[in-house]
Ligand binder design. Structure first.
Ligand code: NAP
Length: 307
């Protein structure tokens, strides 16, 4: 346990793995610490159609390829949950059972989709339920879908899907939207978008694939909607809480950092969906990994110059 790595990367999703590739190519020693399995949330996407030069690749194949690349370059990986970072000239990353040391740390823990919490939701992911309209919307061309949520993600998902699908139900638990009025107004003009307000999804019915959803309004009236797809857009939960002592978090829990991925603590960087940013996509996660590793390498090299 006394080894001091150049860089510890917490999270082996697209951001973390890309950071590992960049750091290894700069001849830095790298330890990836991953709580679940490599690949992050992209591993659940059946087809990635929006990553340049990789049409139709599955999330699993994509993640395996990036993982293989990082491993071939010599990045080490351990499967443990990181529970904290202790700052210092040498940083200590604590996991549930161990402690690892490095000159720089990149937090690439991503964010989790907030779930609806309806029975059967997990089992139907990839079989009708999706958390990403731009990833999976094309599979519902000409079909009937529902979007749940009242924020900008739900509104933009509904708009995106209304260009592809025959009918889009927009289901929101209130009658006022959190997202932009302009998008709400555009949606109201779309003939194939139907607003289902003051309502929650209360039941999922499936026969291998999702067939219909039960929606209950605030007065208790129940409606059955036949849908092929259900896009859940009820917010995300960034996984930064364990690192709040060294990273500034915004009101929603995202790690505050600009495009250079630096946090308020020198030598600690943040990359991917857990960072404050506008576009949270595979391509921007990879981009963050490159930026964070480049900054981490600069930081480590500056330590050498300082003696
Ligand atoms: P959000 O703004 O937090 O909205 C989440 C929505 O889900 C809210 O309408 C909330 O309802 C609803 N919700 C939460 N939990 C629910 C549950 N258990 N059941 C049913 N509904 C539930 O999340 P977001 O839309 O993902 O946006 C996140 C941030 O990114 C926002 O700041 C947003 O403006 C930004 N964003 C910006 C753009 C853009 O600028 N183009 C695009 C996408 C996202 P209530 O309203 O009743 O709380």
């Amino acid at each position: 346990m006394d080894k001091i790595y150049d860089v510890i990367i917490i999270g082996a999703g697209p951001a973390g793995l890309t950071a590992a590739i960049y750091a290894r190519r700069a001849s830095k020693t790298v330890l990836l610490i991953e709580a679940k399995s490599f690949g992050g949330q992209i591993i659940n996407t059946p087809h990635i159609d929006n990553y340049p030069a990789s049409p139709h690749i599955s999330g699993y194949d994509f993640a395996s390829a990036v993982y293989g690349q990082a491993e071939e370059l010599g990045a080490e990986i351990t499967y443990e949950k990181a529970v904290g970072i202790e700052d210092g000239a040498i940083k200590k990353v604590k996991t549930e059972n161990n402690e690892y040391k490095a000159k720089a740390v990149i937090v690439a823990t991503g964010s989790e989709n907030r779930k609806l919490g309806v029975e059967g939701e997990d089992e139907l992911v990839g079989r009708g339920i999706s958390y990403c309209a731009t990833c999976d919307g094309a599979f519902f061309r000409g079909k009937t879908v529902a979007v749940v949520g009242g924020g900008n993600t739900a509104l933009e998902d509904a708009l995106y899907l209304s260009d592809l699908s025959e009918t889009v139900y927009l289901i929101h638990r209130r009658d006022g939207f959190r997202g932009d009025d302009a998008t709400v107004n555009t949606l109201k003009e779309r003939k194939n978008v139907k607003f289902v307000l003051n309502s929650r999804v209360t039941k999922l019915t499936a026969d291998k694939k999702l067939k219909s959803i039960e929606v209950t309004d605030k007065d208790g009236n129940v409606t059955e909607l036949e849908v092929n797809g259900l896009f859940v857009a009820v917010g995300r939960i960034p996984e930064n809480q364990n690192f709040a002592s060294v990273i500034e978090l915004d009101g929603s829990g995202y790690a505050v950092a600009a495009e250079d991925c630096r946090t308020r603590t020198a030598g600690i960087f943040v990359a991917g969906d857990n960072r404050t940013k506008e576009v949270r996509q595979l391509v921007t996660a990879a981009s963050d990994g490159a930026a964070a590793a480049t900054e981490a390498v600069r930081y480590i090299n500056s330590l050498k110059q300082d003696g």
